[in-house]
Write a protein that binds this ligand. Sequence first.
Ligand code: FAD
Length: 500
Amino acid sequence: MSDALRSVVIVGGGTAGWMAAVAFSRLLGPAGTRVTLIESDAIPTIGVGEATIPPIRTFHAMLGIEEDAFLRATGGSYKLGIRFEGWTRAGESYVHPFGQIGTDIAGVPFAAQWLRARQAGAADPLGRYSLEARAAEAGRFSRPIANGNSPLSRIGYAYHFDAGRYAAFLRTIAEGHGVVRREGTIERVERGPAGIAAVHLADGSRVAGDLFLDCSGFRALLIEGALETGWTDWAEWLPCDRAVAVPSAADAAPLPLTRAIAERAGWRWRIPLQHRTGNGHVFSSRHLSDDEAIATLLAGLDGEALAEPRVIRFATGHRNRFWNGNCIALGLAAGFMEPLESTSIHLVQSGLQHLLRMLPTGAVPAPAIIERYNRTMTAEFLRIRDFLVAHYHLNARPEPFWRERAAAPIPEGLAEKLALFRAGGRIFREADELFNETSWLALLTGQDARVTGHDPICDAVPIEAVADRLAGIERVVATSLTHMPPHAEALARLGSNGAI
Ligand code: FAD
C-alpha cells in the first residue's frame, strides 16, 4: 500500500456507500487506510433496490458475510430468477432463471440442440429443462447440495432483501472494521489539484481525503455537482423515467422469484421478503400519469398496503466518466438503468471489485488506470443496457407504449446479437459480459424472437437421439425438484420470521 492512500472518504450511506465501506475497510483497513463515511439523516436513501443476482454471493463471500445472519438481519428471501409476465402478449409468461439450463448433448451446447429440436417439434418449452425455473414457479428452494452431477449441486440463486436493513447490517460490519461514520449534511465541496480536496459539513467541519467515493445517490454531489463530469443519457433506449413503490403485507407462501409484470406503459415488480412484499410500478411519464400508475399499482397488490405509495423520478444513463480525478462514483451517482434485471446493486459490486484491483499506487492515479476503469465500467453498463432494451423491443403487445418500443431503433450491439440469433440461433457472449448465453437464450426465447435454421453441427446426432436426451434431462430436473422443500420452509429454518 502506498503512503498516498491514507484516507478514503465515502459520501453517502445508502446501499452503495455501505457496500463500499465494508469492502474498503475489510480489504484496506489492515494496511492502515482510514475509511470515513458521511451520511445525512436529513437526506433519505432511495429506499428501494431489493432484488439481486447471483454474483452478490461472491461479494458476500469475499467480505466474510455469513448467509444465514445476512438473511435474518435483512428479512431476506431466496431468488431463483425473474418471471416476466405478459411481456410478449397478455397471459404469456416465462422465467429468466439463474444457473445453467440443461447440459451439452453429444458435445454440442444445449441451446443449439434445444433450438433445433424445438423447430422439429421435439422439445418442450425451455423452462422445463431448468431446475431453477421450475423450482421458482413451484415455490421450492434449497441451497446447492454436494452431489457431483445432479442439478441440485449447482443451483444458481440470489436474494431479495430489505434495502434499509441491508444498509444497517453492512454498517455494523463496517464499523466493526474501523470505519468512522460522520452524520451531517455536506454543504460545500472543495476542489483541489487532484479533483476533490475536502467536503464541508453543515456543522462547519471539513473532511479531507486522498480518494473520494461519491455514493450520494441521484444527487451525484461530487462527480457532477463539483466536478461536472457530464452525463450520457439513454432515454431514447430506455424510456421509463418514473417509478411508484409501496410495501404490502407479507405473502405466507412466497415464491423464490421476482415478478416483472408488464403493464400499459411499463411494468410492475413484486419482491417477496419475510416480513413484507415490495411492490413497484416502473413507467413512462409520457404515457401514464402518476395517479394512473399509482392506481394500477394499488389494484395489483395481493395484500394490504403498508404505507403511502411513493413516486421516484429517475433518468437512465451514466456519467461520462465513472472515475474523474480522485473521485469515483458508485451506485446511483454513477448511473442508473431501470431495475428490470436487478443489475444496479451488482454494478456497485462490480465497480468496487474493479476499483480494488486498480487502486492508485501514488499520489496521483495513473491516467491509464483511470481510463481502463472507465472503459470497463462503460462497457459493462452498455451490455446490460442492450439486454434490457431487448425486453422492450421484442414484444407483441398492442398498447401505444409497446408499439412505440417495438418500432424504435435499437443499439448496434443488440441489433447484431438479434441478427446472429435469428440466423441459426447463435449466441455469443462478449468478454466480461454479465449476461451469459443461458440468460440470452432465456430472454430471446421468452420474448419470442424467431430463429431460422439451426447450427449444422447439431445434425451429427439424429433428432430422435436428441429428443431422448432432452426427455432424460427433463426427468432429472423433475426428480431433483422433489428433493427441494417449500421456500417458506427454507426461510423458517433461518430461525427468524424477519420481524424486527
Ligand atoms: P441512495 O440510497 O440514494 O443513498 C444516497 C446517500 O447519500 C444517502 O445516505 C444520503 O443521506 C447521502 N447524501 C446525499 N446527499 C448528501 C449530502 N449533501 N450530505 C450528506 N449525505 C448526502 N437495484 C437493484 O440491484 N435491484 C433492484 O431491485 C432495484 N430496484 C430499484 C428500483 C427503483 C425504482 C430504483 C430507483 C432503483 C432500484 N435499484 C435496484 C437501484 C438501487 O436502489 C440502488 O442502486 C442502490 O440502492 C444504491 O443507492 P445509492 O446508495 O447509490 O443511493
